[in-house]
Design a protein around this ligand. Structure first.
Ligand code: SAH
Length: 235
């Protein structure tokens, strides 16, 4: 998002009072506080999280919870991560304004929007056709012109847009897909939740950060969180 981007969202945050009441302001202040408490300290990332209207990404029935720091199940087996998890994963990628970024698992498009506030271009891949279509329309309506949503299998990445300075996977993967490491630029970072053995359904995963440094790869586990599983093939 560039300063002054045309944000067309005028939906109601909170309880249907027009979206700009004192209680909304208090709710949003709480939101920022919760993010800081959870360790999201990068001011650019905090600003991005404050600017992306999370209510616009969740169904009407859940909008009153949109500024709470919790994951929300939003249909079709899909979950929007807690904002603190989005913030922490984003912060760890140390994004630069000129970065070319790949996201795997568009879902509702919220994480893609946060990434797009901080970088030049985001390609986001979703295996579920209807989710990809809805997210694309939503992001266009909100004025995010630097995001391209694709219906595809994230295990394959997006070779035509590579190399990527940063790649973020938002579903719990069984392993690091080789196509993704191949599509990472020199100095590039890959954030991926890896499934913890022996769990099914909503997966507990360890968040792995991989950094490419010439022929060397540095890896670091930064946290644990729950994600839906990364699946092969298309829906
Ligand atoms: N980043 C999303 C979170 C979505 S949950 C958001 O901000 O809303 C993870 C998503 O990954 C789901 O929508 C799921 O359909 C998708 N997914 C799972 N496996 C995938 C794969 N192989 N390729 C692309 N998307 C995948």
């Amino acid at each position: 998002m560039r300063p002054g981007s045309p944000y067309l969202y005028s939906g109601r945050a909170g309880s249907g009072n027009g979206g700009h009441s004192a209680s909304d302001a208090a709710q949003r202040a709480q939101f920022t506080l919760a993010l800081r408490r959870a360790g999201v300290m990068d001011t650019r990332v905090l600003a991005a999280l404050e600017r992306v209207p999370r209510p616009a990404f969740v169904p009407e029935s859940l909008r009153s919870h949109a500024y709470e720091d919790c994951a929300l199940a939003i249909g079709l087996g899909q979950t929007i991560s807690a904002p603190s998890v989005v913030g922490m994963m984003t912060q760890t990628l140390a994004l630069q304004p000129e970065d070319n970024v790949l996201e795997i698992g568009t879902g509702c498009g919220y994480q893609a929007a946060v990434l797009a506030c901080l970088t030049r271009r985001v390609t986001s891949i979703e295996r579920h056709g209807p989710l990809a279509a809805t997210a694309q329309q939503r992001l266009a309506k909100l004025g995010f012109l630097n995001i391209s949503v694709r219906h595809g299998d994230g295990f394959l990445g997006a070779p035509d847009q590579a190399p990527f300075d940063a790649i973020m996977v938002t579903a719990a993967a069984p392993h690091v897909p080789p196509a993704l490491t191949q599509q990472l630029a020199e100095g590039g970072r890959l954030m991926i939740p890896l499934q913890v053995e022996g769990q099914a359904g909503e997966q507990r995963a360890k968040l792995l950060l991989l950094r490419r440094d010439g022929a060397n790869w540095h890896q670091q586990v930064i946290d644990q969180a729950s994600f839906v599983p990364m699946l092969t093939g298309l829906d």
